[in-house]
Design a protein around this ligand. Structure first.
Ligand code: SF4
Length: 679
């Protein structure tokens, strides 16, 4: 049969949301490359997606039929069953839980596997809202801290599109492993450098983008707030603050500067572990360059002071009045789209007073039964909790409980699915239509299926439609087709949709989310702060109201630990978090990077296997001694599956699930203290 090339979109949890051209032969994917449909991603995609999609869709671990567990939880022993049997058993067992404990004993445990509006959470949340299930606060796992910091400071607005980086005289990439997880930003920055622009990278790890930087500040993890304060104080000392801009547009500058002045460069350098003159150089470049673009990543948020770090970093452009006219902050892209989540997900269906559970607490609630009513039925979808949650051993104990009924919905037999009682096969994003916003750029896309659902797999929307029918939910919203769901996801009256219903958006051409006059959405050019005061709030009453009085201003305190090394967990170029972790590129444990000073002190050599441990767990990893990490810091890529580990634990086992960031009660992956020693 002839080869056919069809338009699609990459749905993985990645800010770039690339447009794809997929070559199909006899209903099978044979090649995936980038397409020109989204001008920002412009025919370039990452190696893992270009290489691995045929194995992801058609590989031996692909789930093709409903399954019932036939061995102990986690054993991976299952027997094939029919869809009707699976739905009947789910209904019977969940109904029994509700009869005994009430509907809040049921909970969805999902995250961001696919990012389309439909597969992400549409019919699924309608179902759980109508059921009266416990609700889940998901953003604490990732992104919530950064979002709270952004919205608290600037409001729910877009900062600037990443395309602005191409014309910046100074790009600042802060806590952002951009080469691996923000690919197209790197292209824009390279172009800016070819035009003579400079690049500053702030990251404990000498990432690939850091190797290309004119200045790399290898800060100790968790000290970014101090660095930003020190730079702010130095900008003031140099007379580089834009007093007129501050007077007109900024609230709380003096309060923030009062904290910043306590951190002259010499003092900050000692805490941050960077040379004093690097801090001064960064400040002088910030003062001189016009325009500047700041692109903070997720690395910055993953510690006890994560919210403060993001707030202090994004305060710098405000203090020097460099917003608009080519300058900007690459954050808040999700706010560029006219989303209508209440219509899509129908929270009005949930009974008043339904409890909400922080996703980071789920492992404890499952393992320790500390809720009333306890959790007795859990639906895991779009998520691989046993690999990605902090405190992996506690999560594993929770998932292993035989008295908690678990339903799994996934594309692949993951180690989390292996703990479920019933597993339902989900379609991949190549097998259904969906609508795609982005959290990294301002282009809206739609895709049609390029192949039929494989085996008996079904799109998430259809799985939850069938579940709703089996539970007797007969309201019209549970009969909505995928086109109706798309139309509920966005405001069709928004002029940027050009009169099209969302379900009619052409598949081969992304729609730009611009200002009414067609110009890009850039703060202080075409959009303005949407905070309660209408100003940039460096001091935020709303954050204090949501997260406690200490959140009024960015804060930082020295913390001590019983273990001497800080473990950070950057993204891998072979996986998207844990997705694709079963494919050949990810079958071995990722290395642990350690500075030569720390290795020498422990008599450890590159190539050796080492123990990495703390009070929560122990992981065995191959060691790479490298000055890519500073003294006191070790790094190992996140998302490796348990099968790669000789102890059956990965680095998530070492991360506390109880330590919380100062905003969003967020996870502290990069605030993990460990010791390392020989086997
Ligand atoms: S994972 Fe990210 S960079 Fe790779 S194709 Fe998907 S959206 Fe693009």
């Amino acid at each position: 049969m002839a080869l056919q090339e069809m338009a699609s979109v990459c749905t993985f949890d990645c800010p770039d949301t690339c447009s794809l051209a997929v070559t199909v032969e006899d209903g099978r994917i044979v090649k995936v490359r980038g397409s020109a449909a989204a001008p920002y991603t412009a025919q370039v995609i990452c190696t893992k997606v270009a290489r691995d999609m045929a194995a992801f869709v058609h590989g031996p671990r692909r789930l093709l039929h409903p399954l019932r567990r036939s061995g102990p939880k986690g054993s991976g022993q299952f027997a094939r069953i029919r869809w009707e049997e699976a739905l009947d058993e789910i209904h019977r067992r969940v109904a029994a839980v509700i009869a005994r404990w009430g509907p809040q004993a049921v909970m969805p445990l999902n995250y961001a596997g696919p990012h389309g509006f439909l597969a992400g959470d549409s019919m699924s949340l309608r179902f759980f809202h109508r059921l009266g299930a416990s609700q889940l606060y998901r953003r604490a796992l990732c992104g919530g801290v950064r979002n709270e910091a952004w919205v608290g400071t600037y409001g729910a607005v877009p900062g600037c599109p990443p395309e602005l980086a191409e014309h910046a005289a100074l790009n600042i990439v802060w806590g952002n492993n951009a080469t691996v997880s923000n690919l197209h930003l790197v292209r824009a920055i390279r172009r800016a450098k070819r035009r003579g622009g400079r690049l500053v990278v702030i990251d404990p790890l000498r990432t690939k983008i850091a190797e290309q930087a004119d200045l790399h500040l290898a800060v100790q993890p968790g000290t970014d707030t101090v660095l930003a304060w020190s730079v702010a104080a130095e900008l003031e000392r140099r007379g580089a603050l834009d007093e007129a801009f501050i007077a007109r547009h900024v609230l709380g500058a003096e309060a923030l500067l009062a904290r910043a002045r306590a951190w002259p460069a010499a003092r900050a350098a000692a805490v941050c572990g960077v040379p004093q003159d690097h801090i001064l150089t960064f400040a002088s470049w910030l003062a001189a360059a016009q325009p500047i673009v700041l692109a903070p990543g997720n690395g910055l948020e993953r510690g006890r002071h994560g919210g403060s770090a993001v707030r202090a970093a994004i305060a710098l452009p405000a203090l020097i009045g460099k917003l608009g006219r080519g300058s900007g902050i690459v954050l808040g892209a999700g706010n560029a789209f006219p989303k209508t989540p209440d219509r899509l997900q129908r929270p009005d269906l949930a009974p008043a007073g339904t409890r909400t559970i922080n996703i980071l607490d789920v492992g404890r609630h499952l393992a320790e039964d500390d809720l009333d009513p306890p959790l007795r039925a859990v639906f895991i979808y779009n998520h691989n909790p046993i690999v990605v949650h902090p405190d992996q051993n506690r999560m594993r104990r929770g998932l292993a409980r035989e008295d908690i009924f678990m339903v799994g919905i996934d594309v692949t037999m993951t180690e989390s699915m292996a703990h479920c009682d019933i597993v339902l096969p989900a379609a991949t994003h190549f097998e259904y239509a969906d609508l795609y916003p982005s959290y990294g750029h301002h282009w809206l896309q739609r895709a049609e299926p390029v192949i039929p659902p494989q085996g008996e797999a079904l799109p998430n929307t259809e799985i939850f439609r069938r579940l709703a029918a089996r539970f007797g939910f007969d309201e019209p919203c549970f009969k909505a087709g995928d086109a109706e769901l798309m139309d509920a996801a966005l405001d069709a009256a928004d002029p940027r949709l050009k009169g099209l219903r969302p379900s009619q958006i052409p598949t081969g051409r992304a729609l730009p989310m611009t200002a009414p006059d067609g110009r890009p959405l850039v703060l202080f050019d075409t959009v303005f702060p949407a905070t309660p005061s209408g100003k940039i709030e460096l001091q935020s009453e709303s954050l204090a109201a949501r997260w406690g009085a200490a959140a009024l201003l960015p804060d930082w305190r020295e913390r001590h630990s019983d273990y001497p090394l800080r473990l950070i967990s950057p993204a891998s170029d072979k996986r998207i978090s844990s997705t694709l972790g079963h494919l050949p590129g990810s079958l071995r444990a990722p290395p642990l990077l350690m500075n030569p000073q720390d290795a020498a002190a422990r008599h450890l050599l590159s190539g050796a296997e080492v123990r990495v441990w703390n009070e929560r767990g122990e992981v065995i990893l191959p060691l790479v001694v490298s000055d890519a990490v500073p003294p006191g810091v070790v790094a190992s890529e996140k998302g490796a599956w348990l099968a790669t580990s000789r102890t059956g634990q990965t680095i998530s086992a070492l991360v506390s699930a109880d330590m919380r960031a100062d905003l969003a009660a967020g996870a502290c992956f990069n605030d993990t203290a460990v010791e390392v020693g020989p086997l």
